[in-house]
Design a protein around this ligand. Sequence first.
Ligand code: ZN
Length: 275
Amino acid sequence: MSEDSAPLQHPAYKVLRRVTPNASVLLCHNPGPMTLDGTNTWILRAPGRKESVVVDPGPDDKGHLARVAAAAGTVALTLVTHRHRDHTGGLQRWEKLTRSPIRAYKHKYCRGAATPLRGGEKVAVAGLELTVLHTPGHTADSLSFLVDGGEGPGALLSGDTILGRGTTVLDTKDGTLADYLASLDLLTEHARGRILLPGHGPEHDDAGPIVEGYIEHRHDRLEQVRATLADLGLQAADAKPMKVVKRVYADVDKKVWPAARQSVKAQLDYLAAQG
Ligand SMILES: [Zn+2]
């Protein structure tokens, strides 16, 4: 294979990159500690179909939204994985551009005649069958989607519930560890053998081991927090999250400590509730 025809690899900005026969990604140029290389905007359509489904148009980035609209053709439906602005900031501009109905867990982000999505719902569109999974924890409104039909293996589109690299942060505004652990359990029932299409970071051939690794990681961190509390002679209900972060996340870039603080707070809340 010549260099010219080598398939594109993540991260590829400003170009549509085909990942499966049914799914392509347009990576937004909004890299950062919380977005990894940027937001993955997914364009789904079965081979030979004109209409598409767009998942997470992304932030309010005019150039990105225009590129997605051009690549997506007739957008039959737009889906939102969760409320964070790196996924939803561009919705208003996107709606004007495409007139697509938009569906999300929260009514606030739905547009057109669209109704909120619920876990277990199946949506047949663009030659594909999508199954909605409600997977709260990263945020309360986080959704994941199973993508079946078309050609090739099924996919798990995971938003920020499972990332392509590293682990996700729980937004303690409405995300809880109890919810998140239950969501990971739900995902293990479906993940094996599916291609992982995450909200940030690269895709993976099999979502199964990734989800299992996430579960292990969460339990490891919980153990570390328990041990740190014992060390400090503190109860979960009385501990200052940052004090715990400094111990448990000593090996992690300080830039992510504010985010880690949220995760530790979620863990302390979880442990405090367990008593
Ligand atoms: Zn998010």
